[in-house]
Design a protein around this ligand. Structure first.
Ligand SMILES: *[C@@H]1O[C@H](CO)[C@@H](O)[C@H](O)[C@H]1NC(C)=O
Ligand SMILES: *[C@@H]1O[C@H](CO)[C@@H](O)[C@H](O)[C@H]1NC(C)=O
Ligand SMILES: *[C@@H]1O[C@H](CO)[C@@H](O)[C@H](O)[C@H]1NC(C)=O
Ligand SMILES: *[C@@H]1O[C@H](CO)[C@@H](O)[C@H](O)[C@H]1NC(C)=O
Ligand SMILES: *[C@@H]1O[C@H](CO)[C@@H](O)[C@H](O)[C@H]1NC(C)=O
Length: 527
């Protein structure tokens, strides 16, 4: 049922909006789409890194540079410096090379993914491998050109990113003894990714057969979907019942008032959330998605977090928690308004005013016009507007919804035209991300590869774009296992999550076992 809905929406819709911009947590605007990002795993606080035989190695945070082709279809355009981090802490001659990119982010904070605090390091430790964290093109400091203008973004495509992985594997001389002789064919390569980079992992197995001996894709958003209202469905399903009942009641009420034309009632709701200065009602109602978006940062080891603080604000009255039916509309609306204005707004927006933080209708706003590099929100928006969509909207009528139905794909598609006018303004209509082409090229949900392990989590808001989406029933096979924990987004990438959640540990063990078996089958070859 959910699948049918999604297929239908893919045919109908259009596209746009994106990721993060500078508020309290470094954003410019808090009313744009969330990225499906890989959680950061901090580096352990240990002494010097040593190899198996006790030799001291460079620290994990040592940055290396690879000369990457700007355009894989035209090498004469030259190269740019692509950053990477690596360690051979666990390496034994003949061991695998484990390549990971965090995808759509500056990769520098991700050097924890070199260590055994992550599945990457666990694989390396078990199989005597090398770990590598590679920064994705157009993120962080790995840029072909000095800005993120539309002209510069010409080579920012999923296909170029896949080609990067191949060119890197085939040409890198790793900074370790014998590091110039561990190319594919000389050593087994393993690709690991999560979230968007999990999808990239699946796409690469489809697009570059026989390059990687094995792959591990966590929370891989393989199916590109324009109207991705399914984002909020796992949240609705797993959040406390009283909270979901009340949130649905408040949203239904706000949607009803905001579409009623009753100015007095509209103004009183806006005033309750201190949003009187916002003229566009979709901005006002859409802003409330932030409380739900907070679910994405949960993990089995993270404890409560902001999401549960929000539910407590709605459901705990004079020290008493509501039953499964909640307290009802009247209390929930007042409580949400009060929590939003007195506590949450400053967490979300810092000291930005409400129009700057939550208004999306000013095309001259810095959010849309800043083209400096290392702006992951902008780089991701480019991929969103062109190739993947993933607009996190209210559910279609007839489905329960915890976010406003006032926000639909045209809301985000308009943001694409603000951010990239040179690319989209001449169209004369809103731009529609070409998700059909993406799904066709890389097989989306219908991927059938060998030596490709999929790990997912029931509580992941991105689950509906993975092989564990409701209503899909994709089978787990020996060549392409599908393992699902009770975890959240990419929970199984982190060792700590396995230590606190046995379902996550089971997925990690199954993954390690599968990878070890495939690596054991590897034989040297000419590449
Ligand atoms: C220890 O390992 C390093 C790096 O692999 C190597 O260069 C060195 O020769 C080894 N030393 C011994 C005593 O095996
Ligand atoms: C790397 O980490 C060490 C601490 O382990 C720190 O002193 C050093 O400044 C860091 N280097 C870089 C380039 O971040
Ligand atoms: C992880 O690696 C560190 C060395 O970097 C080691 O001390 C520790 O025992 C390892 N943890 C596990 C669970 O193997
Ligand atoms: C009701 O809300 C409280 C506070 O957020 C929560 O701890 C509790 O689990 C919820 N109970 C039900 C039945 O949803
Ligand atoms: C409401 O917003 C105004 C301006 O946007 C701000 O000055 C004021 O402090 C806010 N009030 C509360 C209670 O947050």
């Amino acid at each position: 049922m959910a699948l049918l809905w999604k297929l239908a929406s893919v045919l109908v819709v259009a596209l746009a909006g994106v990721a993060d911009a500078k508020t309290a947590d470094g954003r410019v605007n808090a009313n744009i789409q969330r990225r499906p990002s890989v959680p950061i795993v901090p580096l352990p606080d240990v002494g010097p890194v040593t190899s198996r035989n006790g030799t001291q190695l460079p620290p994990y945070n040592t940055t290396y540079y690879f000369d990457q082709l700007i355009d894989h279809t035209n090498p004469s355009l030259g190269t740019f410096k692509q950053r990477y981090w690596t360690t051979y802490e666990w390496y034994e001659t003949g061991g695998p090379i484990i390549l990971f990119t965090p995808g759509e982010a500056n990769a520098q904070p991700y050097s924890g993914y070199l260590t055994n605090r992550t599945i990457n390091g666990q694989i390396a430790q078990e199989l005597g491998g090398v770990t590598i964290v590679l920064e994705h093109r157009y993120y962080g400091l790995s840029n072909p050109y000095g800005d993120l203008s539309v002209k510069s973004l010409k080579y920012h495509t999923i296909q170029q990113a896949i080609d990067d992985l191949e060119y890197f594997a085939k040409n890198v001389d790793l900074p370790m003894p014998g590091g110039d002789a561990v190319k594919p064919g000389q050593a087994p390569w393993i690709l690991v990714g999560g979230s968007y980079s999990g999808a990239l992992t699946s796409f690469t197995m489809v697009n570059k057969p026989n390059l990687f001996q094995a792959a591990y894709a966590s929370s891989a958003v393989v199916e590109s979907i324009i109207d991705y209202w399914g984002y909020f469905q796992p949240i609705l399903e797993w959040m406390p019942k009283n909270c979901s009942t009340d949130v649905q009641a408040v949203i239904a009420h706000i949607d009803s008032v905001f579409t009623s034309g009753n100015k007095k009632e509209i103004d009183s709701i806006k005033a309750l959330f201190n949003m009187s200065a916002l003229t566009h009602l979709d901005d006002a109602a859409g802003a409330l998605r932030n409380n739900l978006w907070d679910w994405q940062s949960l993990s089995p080891s993270s404890g409560g977090g902001l999401f549960f603080e929000f539910c407590d604000a709605l459901e705990v009255k004079n020290g008493v928690s509501a039953g499964p039916n909640g307290w009802g509309l009247e209390h929930a609306l007042q409580a949400w308004g009060s929590y939003w204005t007195n506590t949450y707004y400053s967490i979300l927006c810092g000291d930005e005013d409400v129009v700057t933080c939550l208004g999306t209708y000013d095309p001259t706003q810095e959010e849309w016009t800043d083209i400096s590099v290392d702006n992951a929100g902008r780089s991701w928006m480019w991929i969103v507007c062109n190739e993947v969509g993933f607009f996190q909207e209210g559910a279609p009528k007839g489905h329960p919804t915890i976010v406003t139905r006032l926000v639909q794909p045209p809301y985000d598609e308009r943001q694409c035209t603000y951010m990239f006018p040179e690319a989209f303004a001449h169209l004369g209509h809103l731009p529609v991300p070409n998700v059909d082409a993406t799904n066709k090229a890389y097989h989306g949900w219908f991927v059938q590869e060998n030596h490709l392990f999929f790990a997912n989590g029931h509580r992941d808001p991105w689950r509906e774009a993975t092989l564990a989406a409701d209503g899909t029933h994709f089978r787990s096979t020996p060549g392409q296992p599908l393992a699902i924990s009770d975890g959240f987004h990419c929970s199984d990438l982190s060792t700590t999550n396995g230590q606190v959640d046995s379902t996550v540990l089971a997925v990690q063990k199954q993954g390690l076992q599968a990878i070890a078996g495939w690596v054991a089958e590897w034989k040297p070859s000419k590449h």
